[in-house]
Each structure stands twice: as C-alpha cells, then as structure tokens.
Design a protein. Sequence first.
Length: 219
Amino acid sequence: MKPVTIAVAKGRIFSEMAPLLAAAGLAPVADAASSRQLILPTQQADVQLVVVRAADVPTYVQYGGADLGVTGKDVLGEHGWEGLYELADLGVALCRLAVAAPDGFAYEEAIRLGRRLRVATKYVVAARDHFAAKGVHVDLIRLYGSMELAPLVGLADAIVDLVSTGRTLQANGLVEVETIAPVSSRLIVNQAALKMNERALFPVVESIVRAANERLERS
Ligand code: ADP
Ligand code: MG
C-alpha cells in the first residue's frame, strides 16, 4: 500500500516538530540532520516524511505530493487553502506577524496624517488585508527575505515580518509598531486524500494531534 506522506517545513518548524513526531511514534529512523535523503522513513513502516521549504509545504499537500503537511499559518495565509483543510493548530514555532519601523519613526502619526507609506514584506497577502482593514493606503514592496534591511537603506518606511523575541528587530534599530496576528504551525491535509484514504490517515492525524495536545498541557 502507498505510504502516508507528511511534508514538514524544514528549519525551525522541523526542529520543534521532532520531539512531537517522536512522541507520536513517527520519528525518522535515520538522523534527519546528517542524512541527505529527501524522503525519511519513520518508525512506522507505512508513514514517511518529506522535509521541504516552509512555503512549499502547501503546494506538496495541495497537489497530492504529500497527504499531510506541517507549516506556519503565515505561509498558509499567503498560499491560500485551496484543496486543503487545516486539521489542527500544533502550537509549535510560535511567533507573530507584525509591522516594524525604525526606532523614532512616527508610524501612528504618519498613518493619521494619511502619508503614503512604503512597506516591504514577503507577506503581501497578509499586509494587504491588514492595511485595507485599517483603511490605510500603502505601497507594498515584495521581498523574499531579510526584510529588516529595507528601512535601513531607504527602500521602505516599514516592514511586515515575523517576530518572536524581537532581537533581530532590535539588532537593526527597528521596533514593533503594530501586531497583526499570532502565528503557529498547522497540520493540513489534502482534501481528496482525506476523503479517499481516511482510514489510513486518521490514526496518523490522531497521534500527531494527541502529541501536540499533551505538549501544550505540559507547558
Ligand atoms: P524560509 O527560510 O524557508 O523562508 P523561515 O526560516 O523564515 O523560512 O521560516 C519558516 C517558518 O518558520 C515561517 O513560515 C514561520 O511559520 C516559522 N518561523 C519563522 N520565524 C520564526 C520565529 N522567529 N519564531 C517562530 N517561528 C518562526
Ligand atoms: Mg529562514
């Protein structure tokens, strides 16, 4: 039978998911960090992991390259939920989406005076929605990384980016001026796979959700 495939975002999300996957009985059998394998067999012979860029997880799941996926809500907000269901908030990789600007920049006043701000971000969907809901006109500049740089070189007045401790902002002379939304990692499923293959997917989903809930209860 075809194995159940779970696409997990590499990096921070995978590191935080590793103990949770182990608690769910789904630990990779080879060391994920040293192995160059792209498909990781797990303790359960009929379940395998693929570890891919966070932004690629929804694509894998939407088109059936993976049955299940784990990635940030920020990523899902940009990709959209077409062909996907969100099954659970796993409570890992906690951070928030926020507007940040150089320390000393009068952000509220600029908004009040109707100044047209330039905002750099990779979160163009979330940023567009946020400023539209406030009735604020901004020019969005799409970047793919290192948003903190944009205000430092005069590319933008402000940025929309993920913040957890605020250390990266601080190191670049930026301050959080507005919080947009909390972010955490979500378990998603391919809609068709859920319908066609519920019997195989259900125990996998259940064990992951149970491990996530137990982790939240302990914290
Ligand atoms: P990539 O390097 O593939 O662009 P990132 O490493 O920036 O991706 O982040 C991948 C995902 O990890 C994000 O989409 C988000 O959900 C989560 N994440 C990013 N930064 C943080 C953070 N500071 N704290 C917690 N989670 C984060
Ligand atoms: Mg990164």
